[in-house]
Design a protein around this ligand. Structure first.
Ligand code: NAP
Length: 245
């Protein structure tokens, strides 16, 4: 279904991002993924190549505009162009606001929000010119209902939703869609410290964390032909967390 298309996925070296790369590759897409060079990128590359697609990992801190611009130029040189952008790279630095230093607030906003600006700035002219393209931004339920200890993260993820809706409106007439996914708790390195936390599991109507593949499947749908009339939407994949808020 995505044969002949190329997807750029940020934060593809592990967690949800790797699952997104896999789901898109299983549908035939070639994959360019970005990470800061931590462990996992080579494994992602190997797993994707085993699916018979072209895959390449790039070292890039999406919080840095100059680096992001250079890497997108390189991706276009390597793949010709690209058709799908998934903004998945994200970090947390949780603390109650009382002890949250400016650096912590700044760092989380730089990756989670500015990172989305930095990549969409590269994709915008490409998609506008070809009059097609899919942008999928990974937000979070924290951006919808907030979370104590995550004022920085929640602010960044709420901002991504506003950003998504504005870009959707700007590009709708050009055949480009822009949507967000708001996952609840997902089993990844990011949540490794509290996957067994009964208080958290108690907040989830489905009484379990999601597997990364359950978020990736939503992403694959938003990239597919079946989602051609969906833009500016936020799809919650949260085991029911927001339906009871
Ligand atoms: P993860 O396991 O910590 O993986 C994060 C990925 O992003 C890694 O590939 C990491 O690679 C990359 N990354 C981080 N900062 C980056 C930067 N500045 N530039 C480029 N790459 C960067 O996280 P995850 O749980 O899969 O989360 C993925 C996304 O889903 C995030 O946006 C997160 O906020 C969101 N989300 C997660 C959950 C959850 O429960 N896990 C829930 C809701 C939303 P390097 O470290 O090598 O850079």
């Amino acid at each position: 279904m995505l044969n002949g298309k190329t997807a750029v996925v940020t934060g593809g070296s592990r967690g949800i991002g790797r699952a997104v790369c896999t789901a898109l590759a299983e549908n035939g897409a070639n994959i360019a993924f970005l990470s800061r060079g931590g462990a996992g990128a080579e494994q992602t590359e190997r797993e994707l190549e085993a699916l018979g697609v072209t895959a390449r990992g790039y070292v890039c801190d999406v919080a840095d505009y100059g680096q992001t611009e250079q890497v997108f130029k390189q991706i276009i040189a390597d793949f010709g162009s690209f058709d799908i952008l998934v903004n998945n790279a994200g970090i947390t630095d949780d603390k109650l606001l009382l002890s949250m230093k400016p650096d912590s607030f700044d760092k989380v906003l730089r990756t989670n929000l500015y990172g989305v600006y930095n990549t969409i700035k590269q994709a915008y002219p490409v998609f506008m010119k070809k009059r097609s393209g899919r942008i999928i931004n990974i937000s979070s339920v924290s951006g919808l209902i907030g979370n104590a200890g995550q004022a920085n993260y929640s602010a960044s993820k709420a901002a991504v939703i506003g950003f998504t809706k504005s870009v959707a409106r700007e590009l709708a007439s050009r055949g480009v869609t822009c949507n967000a996914i708001a996952p609840g708790f997902v089993e990844t390195d990011m949540t490794a410290d509290f996957t067994q936390n009964e208080a958290i599991i108690g907040q989830i109507p489905m009484k379990r964390f999601a597997k990364p593949e359950e978020i990736a499947a939503v992403c694959a749908f938003l990239a597919s032909d079946g989602a051609s009339y969906i833009t500016g939407s936020v799809i919650c994949a949260d085991g029911g967390m927001t339906c009871i808020s």
